[in-house]
Write a protein that binds this ligand. Structure first.
Ligand SMILES: [Zn+2]
Length: 83
């Protein structure tokens, strides 16, 4: 029975990630894209200001460090599971 619960939990999690990704992509499309002339100052993930030290250390960053880490975890999971 635990196997069935695990399968359902994985599917719910995958569906949630898919819906969140679609939502974030729609938000990103609606948001003006940063250019060299107008570098991103707001995080694409949470909308909070990207700290100047991060922008200086990682020019072109579109996410704060926490959102970038979460993004990389999701990418790794997606790559691993193919979802
Ligand atoms: Zn963020």
């Amino acid at each position: 029975m635990a196997d069935l619960i695990d399968i359902v939990t994985d599917r719910v999690e995958a569906e949630r990630e898919t819906l969140l990704a679609r939502h974030r992509a729609a938000q990103a499309r609606a948001r003006p894209r940063p250019t060299a002339a107008t570098p991103a100052t707001a995080c694409a993930g949470c909308g909070q200001p990207i700290p100047p030290a991060r922008r200086q250390a990682r020019p072109g960053s579109t996410r704060c460090a926490a959102c970038q880490a979460a993004h990389e975890v999701r990418q790794a999971r997606r790559h691993r599971t193919g979802v």
